[in-house]
Design a protein around this ligand. Structure first.
Ligand SMILES: C[S@@+](CC[C@H](N)C(=O)[O-])C[C@H]1O[C@@H](n2cnc3c(N)ncnc32)[C@H](O)[C@@H]1O
Length: 284
């Protein structure tokens, strides 16, 4: 990330979630706050022409993936709450809106938003500007993953390490170093049994076909020139093995075929996810 500046990619993925609310029927991820959390100007522009930010042929695939990963994380969170999860830690929260539409009765699920300090300050100003009330059960933890561990960042927030906790980490791992990603996952693996994490990650470029590789290169160039270069990529088989070795008892990797069957089957508009990223679900 550019020093002391909020993440530009956080705004861009929030725009995709907002566009999904307007463009796609049926919606894969229903987010009634998605249009309110983007700034007023962008929201009016998007409402006037929902296609205007869909600049390239890759845009629908990216929009589909952003919608699917949030849907999958919240589906898994719901299963987690049934088995006793009482804390939800959103890592690299960006403009995620879960905390502002938390469907669980008060007192059931505490939410912790962890993000880079610059992005979090910007988000809090955005919430105020848009008149989105802060629920009493949300806590903010400013953490720069590259200089501070998640354990340190959560220490003074009231997040109880002995409670069953669900973590989501969406659209973030690729912006960090592999060492930071693995250290963070090792910390999550030390959470109480029935805790879990859902995160998405980029496939190692060496595993891509030439066509996939050219799409990867185009996107990589775009994020690098915006000051947020991709750094970490994974081989699904090796990552699954490493997560098991960390102590996760249940590890499920979801590639594009499974995601498309689960969330995009029988659509008339052909919306579906592309093949550069996977979603990982790991439970302690
Ligand atoms: C693409 S956005 C995703 C935001 C959100 N998870 C979503 O899906 O809308 C990437 C997020 O990663 C966060 N991030 C990137 N590098 C970080 C770091 N070193 N420490 C903490 N957060 C970081 C950014 O602040 C931003 O919120």
């Amino acid at each position: 990330m550019k020093e002391n500046l909020p993440s530009g990619t956080a705004q861009r993925v929030a725009m995709r979630r907002a566009a999904h609310q307007l463009l796609d029927d049926p919606k894969v991820f229903d987010d009634p706050v998605a249009l309110r959390i983007i700034d007023k100007e962008s929201a009016s522009a998007l409402q006037a022409d929902p296609h205007q930010f869909e600049a390239t042929p890759l845009s629908p695939y990216l929009r589909a993936f952003v919608a699917a990963r949030s849907r999958y994380a919240e589906d898994e969170l719901a299963l987690g709450v049934r088995r006793g999860v009482r804390q939800y830690v959103i890592l690299g929260a960006g403009l995620d809106t879960f905390a502002y539409r938390n469907p669980y009765p008060e007192g059931v699920l505490r939410v912790f938003e962890v993000d880079h300090p610059a992005t979090q300050t910007w988000k809090r100003a955005r919430l105020e500007e848009m008149g989105i009330a802060l629920p009493s059960d949300v806590t903010f933890a400013p953490v720069d993953f590259e200089t501070q561990t998640l354990e340190e960042g959560l220490r003074s927030t009231g997040c109880d390490p002995d409670k069953c906790t669900f973590f989501s980490w969406l659209g973030v791992t690729e912006y960090l170093t592999t060492e930071v990603v693995m250290a963070t996952l090792r910390f999550i693996a030390s959470a109480p049994v029935q805790s879990g994490v859902v995160f998405d990650y980029m496939i190692s470029p060496s595993l891509l076909t030439p066509a996939q590789r050219s799409r990867f290169d185009a996107l990589a160039q775009r994020v690098a020139s915006a000051g947020e270069p991709w750094q970490a990529f994974f081989d699904p088989e090796l990552l699954t093995r490493d997560l098991r070795a960390m102590g996760f008892g249940y590890v499920e990797d979801k590639g594009p075929e499974e995601i498309n069957v689960r969330y995009f089957k029988n659509r008339k508009d052909g919306l579906r996810v592309g093949s550069l990223s996977h979603i990982m679900n790991a439970q302690v």
